[in-house]
Design a protein around this ligand. Structure first.
Ligand code: AKB
Length: 320
């Protein structure tokens, strides 16, 4: 197994380029492979930089024919499918979330099986784990019985990816993202979103009311680390077998995040008003064992809590 950068002439398609991860993924991939080689697509307009720096296509991920046309038009070789209905919205609309999360994946896996796509990236999540999973240093392989609609769709997706990889030889790769923290595009509909909202409120009002309780510790990661993980996993020439990798970086509670913010904004205050999202958070791990990712392809996070807080406050200071 050797490492090799993706062929510089192969075209890449990101579906869901207006979302939190998609936005930053497009910009990073364009820096590596060139603006013209990275096609952004979404059902809605995105960030100005994404829309202006290279090709963009309006695309409905549930429409396989439409996706096929974009793949043919640009001779796409790699697809990053960054579309999903996250945990909170999925609890409110179970059927809609299941339909979108699964049909988008099937469309891409089927196109990869029968066409010219050589590699697919599909995001999984810590949401695959459930209340029976060990909470500390959650292993790669463990009890996996999710209690949320989103988690059920991610676990089914992981199994379908493994099936397409084993049965049809589709090269599909995946990461179990923790909560992702970034300032370029806001997340939407997730349980870990408090860890982004808190920065907006810290700058605007110097206070925040958390919808998770004081000591709810969850695995989290600064976006640059998540993007690096994603790209380096895709740059690996070959992986032995399909696996959706655990990746860990930070673990903190709302109280610990508030304490880190207070180092930069001493007058910042936090209150707690847990709502229905608490139950989702309580079913997830607190920290992640990512030794398989470290061993198999050299995963290593770089941003610690204080550095992440500093970057977030600085980034948002100039943009809101
Ligand atoms: C969510 O909170 O739903 C997501 C996730 C952990 O996958 N951020």
């Amino acid at each position: 197994m050797s490492d090799q950068i993706t062929d510089m002439n192969s075209k890449i398609l990101i579906i869901g380029s207006s979302g939190q991860i998609g936005t930053e993924l497009v910009l990073s991939l364009r820096k590596i492979y060139g603006n013209e080689n990275v096609v952004a697509s979404d059902i809605r307009k995105g960030n100005y930089e994404v829309m202006e720096s290279g090709p963009f296509e309006f695309l409905d991920v549930t429409n396989k024919e439409e996706i096929g046309k974009v793949i043919d038009k640009y001779q796409i070789k790699e697809v990053y499918l960054m579309v999903a209905i996250l945990s909170v919205i999925a609890e409110q609309n179970p059927k809609m979330a299941w339909d979108l999360n699964m049909s988008s994946l099937f469309n891409i896996l089927d196109l990869a099986r029968s066409g010219t796509i050589k590699k697919v990236f599909w995001p999984s999540s810590i949401a695959v784990f459930g209340p029976d999973t060990p909470k500390q240093n959650t292993p790669q392989d463990t009890i996996i019985k999710p209690s949320t609609v989103y988690g059920i769709s991610k676990l089914a997706g992981e199994n379908w990816c493994a099936y397409y990889a084993n049965k049809y030889g589709v090269d599909v790769r995946s990461l179990r993202y923790p909560g992702l923290i970034s300032y370029k595009t806001t997340p939407g509909g997730g349980t870990t979103d408090y860890a982004v909202e808190i920065f907006y409120e810290a700058i605007r009002r110097k206070s925040y009311t958390s919808f998770l309780s004081e000591n709810t510790t969850l695995p989290m990661m600064y976006m640059d680390d998540a993007i690096n993980a994603t790209i380096s996993l895709m740059q690996k020439e070959e992986l032995e077998t399909y696996v959706s990798y655990n990746i860990g970086a930070l673990s903190f509670s709302p109280a610990e995040l508030a304490e880190a913010i207070r180092k930069q904004i001493p007058e910042f205050t936090i209150g707690y008003k847990p709502d229905a999202r608490q139950q989702i958070a309580d079913s997830w791990p607190q920290s992640i064992d990512d030794s398989s990712a470290r061993e198999d392809w050299g995963w290593e996070p770089k941003t610690d809590l204080d550095e992440m807080v500093r970057i977030m406050l600085l980034g948002l200071h100039y943009s809101i």
